[in-house]
Design a protein around this ligand. Structure first.
Ligand code: APR
Length: 184
């Protein structure tokens, strides 16, 4: 754990629905903002039917788009729903995945949210290669973090240990500036 521009960044192994100390969690949603499996299934299961009701008028969303709802029975005040790109289908997938992280943080700022937890969007059912997605996450963070005013903690929740190791590798490159193409 380390501060970058006064923002604490954490990478941990865990479940996105068990982050009680975080104000907003991010959903790897489907376009209809329905239950689904993976992250979306876990979030809707924990939040209860009120979340489906609140989501209905907000759907459908496009790849890269984000919307915000309450957390209902989750311990979190908000859920920010992102539709990641389906790898190989929604193009350009790198731009669309970047848009998810950028738009989620933009919404968090708009709602004056102090802490946010992300899953690894698009890397499950949507098939985005994990390491490429992780690199994109930290590249986007580097661009966005200096402008954050309200968000002071960003936590990445990885479902298994090997995914956590990939994030940790990218995180250490990020804090040592090695993923900055301008900086050799
Ligand atoms: N907490 C944290 N991470 C999780 C959890 C969880 N409870 N469950 C799964 N993951 C991890 C997966 O291992 C994967 O790395 O989250 C990542 C994203 O996986 P998905 O949930 O499948 O999300 P995505 O690839 O964006 O696909 C979204 O899947 O279930 C459907 O309805 C959903 O259509 C949507 C699609």
């Amino acid at each position: 754990m380390k501060k970058q521009h006064n923002v604490i960044i954490e990478c941990i192994q865990g479940d996105i629905t068990s982050q009680a100390d975080i104000t907003a969690i991010v959903n790897a949603a489907n376009a209809q903002l329905e239950m689904g499996g993976g992250v979306a299934g876990a979030i809707h299961n924990a939040a209860g039917p009120g979340l489906v009701e609140e989501c209905r008028p907000l759907a459908p969303i496009r790849p890269g788009e984000t919307v915000i709802t309450g957390g209902h029975r989750l311990p979190n005040r908000y859920v920010i729903h992102c539709l990641g790109p389906v790898y190989g289908i929604d193009k350009p997938e790198d731009q669309l995945l970047t848009d998810c992280y950028r738009n989620a943080l933009r919404l968090a700022e708009q709602y004056k949210i102090d802490s946010i937890a992300f899953p690894a969007i698009s890397t499950g059912a949507f098939g985005y290669p994990f390491e490429a997605a992780a690199k994109l996450v930290f590249k986007t963070l580097k661009e966005v973090i200096p402008a954050l005013q309200y968000v002071n903690k960003i936590r990445f929740i990885l479902h298994n240990y090997s995914d956590l190791e990939i994030y940790n590798t990218q995180y250490f490159k990020f804090i040592s500036n090695k993923n900055d193409p301008e900086k050799k």
